[in-house]
Ligand binder design. Structure first.
Ligand code: PMP
Length: 408
């Protein structure tokens, strides 16, 4: 029988009540609407890049289209790409993955859904970061799990994950941990000792982990580490890999799930059920991305570093704003508690609106990355500098500084 006689009778499935969203996109639409009305907008809201995909990647994909790579392809992705990913990810993490450990995906994001669908039963508890990427919370609830937030605390030189909070919240029902080291939005990363402590907890409580490594290769100094490379973790971690950030390929929609073969095999069966296979010809571009000249990503990182430094200089010269210097991601997460108070705003959203209306500087706040937890009394913004030029940063954040100064 047809469940829907007319649009007016539309009754969504019960699980839809638990479905969240990424409110960052709403900020983006709001800013776009203001731009159409003629307002100058400085877009710090979305983690997208205004940097072109390197030419060799574009060329390889175009060639693939002309060569007829426009058909279905193997459900887990083309063998060349699975090999190249296994090799690249293994080299960077000191691991020994092979093609059988790789399921290519239409973006990094689908790995979150497929990891949960593969491993989480209704009622299972899943630890996830808050503040954090909002899709974790949304999908855990949508698929019938119980989302248990852990948080990050601001230290004098970095944000650090609340390990005690994680340990305290583990119960006999806890099955999964989502870790986004090199963290969106705070840009936090664990020390080796912290990663070891997480590994201990994972082993002690028999957990499986989604290691969201979307920003693993987006860093200005030092080297990234993966939880998967710690003893005992390779068999317990599924890595979320994405081409979006490192190769400026957000709109291409290409990523991968990488982990133990039995889990990856189920994820590939989900591919069969949901999209059949990842987009065929873009995978040839991805092979070129991984195996050819790396000057594209190197130049991108140099550009991003220049932007980061300009943004940090202006933010830290603004009264009531304090911003730590992250070595990873393309986000800044300034503490703006003083500025919120000096402008008389009563919270994150009123401050965001005040600044947007007065200056055109558009950003997200802590509240776009989860809900405030008990005891939170500081205000934070998330500024993405991946989609703004240095000139826009100077002009936009200069206006923000002048605005805040006018209240002091
Ligand atoms: N994880 C995190 C932490 C992210 O910030 C993002 C993108 N903003 C993703 C996953 C997914 O990115 P994509 O689907 O473009 O690979």
């Amino acid at each position: 029988m047809n469940r829907r006689a007319s649009a007016a009778d539309f009754a969504a499935a019960q699980r839809v009540a638990h479905l969240g969203t990424e409110t960052v996109f709403a900020v983006s639409s709001e800013a776009a609407a203001l731009a159409v009305q003629g307002k100058t907008i400085y877009p710090f809201h979305l983690g997208d890049l205004n940097i072109a995909t390197p030419e060799n990647i574009v060329e390889a994909s175009l060639r693939a289209i002309r060569d007829g790579k426009t058909t279905y392809c193997p459900n887990a992705g083309i063998p060349q790409l699975r090999d190249a990913l296994a090799e690249d990810v293994s080299r960077a993490r000191g691991l020994d993955y092979t093609a059988g450990n790789v399921s290519v995906q239409p973006g990094g994001k689908p790995v979150i859904a497929k990891f949960l669908l593969t491993l989480m039963d209704p009622g299972d508890e899943v630890l996830y970061p808050n503040p954090g990427f909002p899709i974790y919370d949304s999908l855990i609830g949508f698929f019938g799990g119980v989302a248990v937030p852990y948080t990050y605390a601001e230290g004098s030189d970095r944000f650090h994950l609340d390990l005690d909070g994680i340990a305290r919240q583990i119960t006999p029902r806890t099955r999964l941990l989502i870790l986004n080291d090199l963290h969106n939005p705070t840009a936090a990363e664990c020390t080796p000792v912290e990663l070891e402590r997480i590994a201990e907890l994972v082993l002690e409580h028999d957990l499986l982990v989604l290691s969201d490594e979307a920003y693993f290769d987006v860093r200005f100094a030092g080297a990234s580490r993966s939880l998967a490379s710690l003893p005992g973790m390779r068999e317990r971690c599924v890595i979320l890999y994405t081409f979006s950030k490192k190769y400026a390929m957000t709109g291409w929609r290409l990523g991968a799930a990488i982990g133990p073969k039995p889990i990856i095999d189920v994820i590939t069966t989900l591919n069969v059920n949901i999209e059949s296979c990842p987009n065929h010809f873009v995978q040839y571009g991805a092979v070129a991305a991984l195996t050819e000249d790396q000057s594209g990503p190197r130049e991108m990182m140099a550009t991003l570093k220049g932007r980061r430094d300009v943004a940090l200089g202006i933010l830290n010269a603004t009264p009531g704003i304090n911003c730590l210097t992250p070595e990873t991601t393309f986000y800044l997460y300034p503490n703006v508690t003083g500025a919120v108070k000096s402008t008389g705003c009563d919270g994150h959203e009123s401050f965001r609106r005040l600044v947007l209306d007065a200056t055109g500087v558009s950003f997200c706040t802590r509240l776009h990355f989860g809900h405030a937890l008990e005891g939170e009394d500081q205000y934070y913004l998330r500024l993405a500098y991946s989609g703004v030029s240095t000139a826009q940063i100077q002009e936009g954040l200069g206006k923000l500084k002048t605005l805040i100064e006018s209240y002091n």
